[in-house]
Design a protein around this ligand. Structure first.
Ligand code: CAA
Length: 421
């Protein structure tokens, strides 16, 4: 989308992402089990909204419009109609124009895109929310719910864990196509994700250590868990993003919105470009490429007037380790079949030339699906404003990119962001 009005991310809030293996997640062996419960979807939305309003000093009454990205509240929490749920976060939002958008795991990215389009149409101060609570059911039942983001009638039966299986098939194709890339090479993606998450207090996997050896081969501690015998050998637990609960929210403003809030460009980061693309849900993708990602990215680069070489920090949708590899290639960071070199050589490490997923990505930070696309933008904001604590990049980045994906490369939102001071 070409921008006719300048637009900025003024800041926002990310709640802790929690779930199994996180010390703050309440389950039957947690000392607080029976005494307190994990935040509900309602509480997660409220925490994200209030955090974003407070951290940016935005009065709820000044919000022009709001969007919430959520994939499957009806299934995980028996709750839909989430536009009106946002109003529940603050009385100042009463009767505001607010809607929920859905695009599978790109729901948050689409909420962001919608808010930007509304700024292009004249709004000045918009609220963007993303939230998902998924731990209300077992991972296996959750796998069925998440399978609604695939072509359910045709792809559900691949495995109980449909999405892990869809990406196992990409892993299989990739490792078979490129003889010089091994399962052990892919392990570097998981190792980076967990190392970064270990430095991030908000990350789902903040307390789980992952050795390179563990990430590189299946074992009792890191099993192949699919039941589909053709796909099972190609995916381990460590290759997967997490079943997480969490939310994120941010304030998008026009130049006039900055003025209304008494802020300057130095308080914000600018959205240089944003585009989104949809592929055909009913067709099998080429497992070796992410064409929908490439389409959205190509348009976003053109609008921003930059090339992949100009990107200094990126948040890419690593729902599985192989997805991070394919994203590097679709975004033009690496040639086809060469993505592993970037992670093995440390190029995409926090202190590398192009840090990717500095807070741990979907594998380490976690993946509350509707929140992810909003969290990615906030992570770029936080790196650009020096707010990342132990995982802060050594030099402040000026140009950042986000790539949020729904399904197996079926809905993709790419944006380019610039630091203004
Ligand atoms: N040996 C063999 N099998 C084992 C095992 C072992 N040691 N341990 C576990 N398993 C198997 C079991 O079959 C188990 O299922 P049951 O308990 O129901 O029998 C299964 O693995 C899962 O085990 P757990 O429930 O103990 O594992 P978990 O809760 O830690 O979950 C995970 C691990 C299954 C990998 C889970 O984290 C997961 O599903 N991750 C992926 C989430 C996902 O797909 N998100 C969407 C990404 S796709 C996207 O982003 C785009 C979009 O639009 C959807």
């Amino acid at each position: 989308m070409g921008l006719n009005r300048r637009a900025f991310v003024l800041g926002g809030h990310i709640t802790p992402f929690i779930g199994k293996h996180n010390p703050d997640f309440i389950w039957k062996r947690h000392p607080d089990f029976g005494k307190r419960e994990n935040p509900t979807l309602e509480e997660t939305i409220t925490a994200a909204v209030i955090g974003a309003l407070e951290s940016t000093g935005t009065a709820a009454e000044l919000i022009d419009k709001a969007w919430i990205g959520n994939f499957a509240g009806e299934l995980f929490s028996s709750q839909g109609h989430l536009g009106a749920a946002v109003v529940g976060a603050h009385p100042g939002l009463m009767y505001k124009p607010i809607m929920r958008v859905e695009g599978a795991c790109a729901s948050g990215g689409l909420a962001y895109a919608s808010a930007l389009e509304s700024i292009q149409a004249g709004a000045d101060i918009n609220l963007v929310v993303g939230a998902e609570v998924q731990t209300t059911v077992s991972a296996r039942t959750g796998g069925d719910y998440l399978a609604r983001a695939s072509h359910y009638a045709r792809q559900r039966e691949i495995d109980d864990f449909t999405f892990p299986a869809l990406f196992a098939s990409r892993m299989k194709a990739y490792l078979q196509a490129y003889d010089d890339v091994t399962e052990a090479d892919i392990g570097y993606f998981a190792k980076k994700a967990y190392d970064n998450a270990n430095k991030n207090p908000l990350a789902h996997m903040k307390a789980v250590q992952m050795s390179l050896e563990n990430a590189q081969a299946a074992s009792d501690r890191n099993p192949n868990f699919l039941s589909n015998p053709e796909l099972s050998p190609w995916l381990k637990m460590s290759d997967c993003s997490q079943v997480s609960d969490g939310g994120a929210a941010m304030i998008l403003v026009s130049e006039e919105g900055l003025r209304k809030l008494g802020k300057t460009e130095a308080d914000a980061i600018e959205i240089l470009a944003l585009d989104y693309a949809a592929g055909n849900l009913y067709q099998d993708a080429d497992p070796l490429v992410m064409d929908t990602t490439a389409a959205a990215a190509g348009r976003a680069y053109a609008q921003a007037g930059i090339t992949p070489g100009d990107v200094q920090v990126a948040e890419v949708h690593d729902c599985f380790t192989i997805a991070e590899a394919l994203m590097y290639e679709a975004l033009g960071f690496a040639d086809k079949g060469k993505a592993v070199n970037l992670v093995k050589d440390g190029v995409t490490a926090i202190d590398g030339r192009l840090p990717v997923n500095t807070g741990g990505g979907l594998v380490g930070f976690g993946h509350p699906v509707g929140a992810t696309g909003v969290k990615q933008v906030m992570e770029i904001y936080r790196q650009m404003k020096g707010q990342c604590g132990d995982y802060q990049m050594p030099s402040t980045p000026n140009v950042g990119l986000t790539a949020n994906m729904g399904g197996s490369d079926k809905t993709v939102v790419v944006s380019v962001l610039k630091n203004l001071g």
